[in-house]
Design a protein around this ligand. Structure first.
Ligand code: ADP
Length: 485
């Protein structure tokens, strides 16, 4: 097996900058692929938190002009990651979130910020850093889609292109009048180029030009071919079905390991699960929940958005209270949902608690201390929180969509007997079905032996990257072979 060079291109990467699962995947994949003899380096924007984390770096390319200012491409190492950092302060040296201003609105110049990232990535892909000339460029989501267009329109021999859709809901569409400003040639504006319903589509460009398209679960790869889930892209995706596949995400099982997790008050494992009780006590303390409730503690760690189905959780809170359960939530996003959960916590102190914000440590404590984790998404490309829940022994209660359907086996009677039931599957995606699942969870929880069987089966699941890293490595190698033959 010969070492393969792959350039990953992404707008966020854990542990340097993260708003969601995309960063987790980008951060974990290079390490997992190293075991497959794939050398992956990642191109990222030089946000303040990225620049501050650089341990060693040197300039590999100086650019007198990159979308309105001077820029440098740095080859760097940070927290175990091999990076190319686009150091362009006029584009990336801003506080807060990679995509939004502190007031929550998109940065006005987002199309140019990510056009710049994509253009730089294409240059590296085409060999501008002789030290690292990739055989494959792996793009993630809309922010990097234009890389595929630049690589193709350049006309020189290009590396293979893979694009992974982490969430089709975000497509990066901008007015046609921006074509020149985005550095695209006039002839790119057509159906077989970057044009998408009269606009310029960043993700569309990626899907159009990539040699392979992947999604982060096999079920989502199938679902997005339908008008209900395809978000307008189903026609293009159907046309490209022969190169479309799904590869499940894993989680970094060194970061998410209840036996060693420095963010937990106590450690435990599948063989020694007792530590969960101490974590639950700590969790109740943090959310000021009383200790007398006999039902399960249900937890949520999530972006607060329509996708995640948390409006159904709000409606189902009475059912949780009816089974003498408790509820904790950590999340941020939608204002109405925030207000709803605040209200519920104010009306039911000691039973319902919520923290609005982003808190890595608290996310770990919720996974360790909750009895069950609710993930009732309307659609879910893969989902990582249910994988963390499996690893930490919080029984996932999930809707039967996307990656949730691919990763959780419903604990029906036969599955429990066979020792393979790892969670509860809610179908259809309705409040009533969620309420039924909560009632079922409470019944199972009351039978200690059965519940610990489910927890045990959950904790034994392999949620690591190893299998999926092998699949990506094979995808890259097949692609390289195809392009050289
Ligand atoms: P998505 O990427 O759609 O938001 P995923 O389940 O794929 O959802 O990934 C979410 C990741 O972000 C998980 O690692 C989860 O633990 C983390 N996360 C989500 N919300 C928060 C929060 N408020 N605080 C800390 N971590 C969070």
């Amino acid at each position: 097996m010969s070492g393969l060079k792959v350039l990953s291109v992404v707008s966020e990467i854990y542990p340097l900058i993260k708003t969601g699962g995309l960063a987790d995947v980008a951060g974990a994949l290079p390490g997992a692929l190293a075991a497959q003899d794939v050398e992956m380096r990642t191109v990222v924007p030089g946000y303040p938190s990225v620049m501050a984390a650089l341990e060693e770096h040197h300039v590999v390319v100086e650019l007198a002009e990159l979308w309105g200012g001077r820029a440098r491409i740095l080859a760097a190492r940070a927290k175990g990651l091999d990076l190319f950092v686009v150091d362009a302060p006029h584009l990336y040296a801003r506080p807060g979130n990679p995509y939004h201003a502190p007031d929550g609105t998109d940065w006005q110049d987002n199309p140019f910020r990510f056009a710049a990232l994509s253009w730089v990535a294409a240059q590296i892909g085409l060999g501008s850093v002789p030290d690292f000339v990739p055989q494959v460029v792996h793009l993630h989501d809309w922010q990097t889609g234009l890389t595929a267009a630049h690589l193709t329109y350049d006309g020189r021999r290009r590396p293979g292109i893979v694009i992974t859709i982490h969430n089709l809901a975000f497509q990066g569409q901008y007015p046609a009048s921006m074509l020149q400003g985005l550095g695209l040639p006039w002839y790119s504006f057509g159906m077989d180029g970057v044009e998408y319903y009269g606009n310029i589509g960043f993700l569309k460009a990626g899907l159009q030009f990539a040699d392979r398209i992947t999604t982060v679960s096999p079920t989502y790869a199938h679902e997005i071919l339908s008008p209900e889930c395809g978000m307008g892209m189903e026609g293009l995706l159907k046309a490209r079905i022969s190169v479309l596949s799904g590869i499940l995400n894993g989680i970094d099982d060194t970061v998410w390991d209840p036996a060693t997790d420095p963010l937990l008050p106590v450690h435990y494992s599948a063989a020694e699960p007792l530590g969960r009780l101490a974590a639950k006590a700590e969790l109740r303390k943090r959310f000021l929940l009383d200790e007398k409730a006999q039902g399960p503690v249900f937890g949520v760690v999530s972006r607060l958005s329509d996708q995640k189905g948390l409006d159904m959780v709000l409606e189902a809170l009475d059912t949780i209270l009816a089974v003498d359960g408790q509820f904790v939530l950590l999340g941020s996003g939608d204002k109405e949902l925030t207000a709803g959960f605040h209200r519920a916590a104010a009306v039911h102190p000691g039973r319902i608690g919520c923290v609005i914000g982003y808190d890595e440590a608290l996310a770990h404590l919720i996974q360790a201390g909750s009895d069950a984790l609710l993930v009732p998404s309307r659609f879910e490309p893969c989902g990582l929180t249910q994988l963390c829940a499996l690893r930490y022994g919080a029984v996932p209660i999930v809707t039967r969509v996307g990656g949730l359907a691919d990763t959780i086996i419903d604990a029906n009677e036969m599955a429990i007997d066979a020792g393979v039931g790892t969670g509860l599957v809610v179908a259809p995606t309705t409040t009533e079905a969620l309420e039924e699942a909560i009632l079922r969870a409470a019944r199972l929880y009351a039978d200690e032996e059965t519940w610990s069987k489910i927890v045990g089966a959950a904790m034994k699941c392999d949620v690591s990257w190893s299998r999926s890293a092998g699949r990506y490595a094979k995808l890259y190698r097949d692609l390289v072979k195809e392009r050289t033959s």
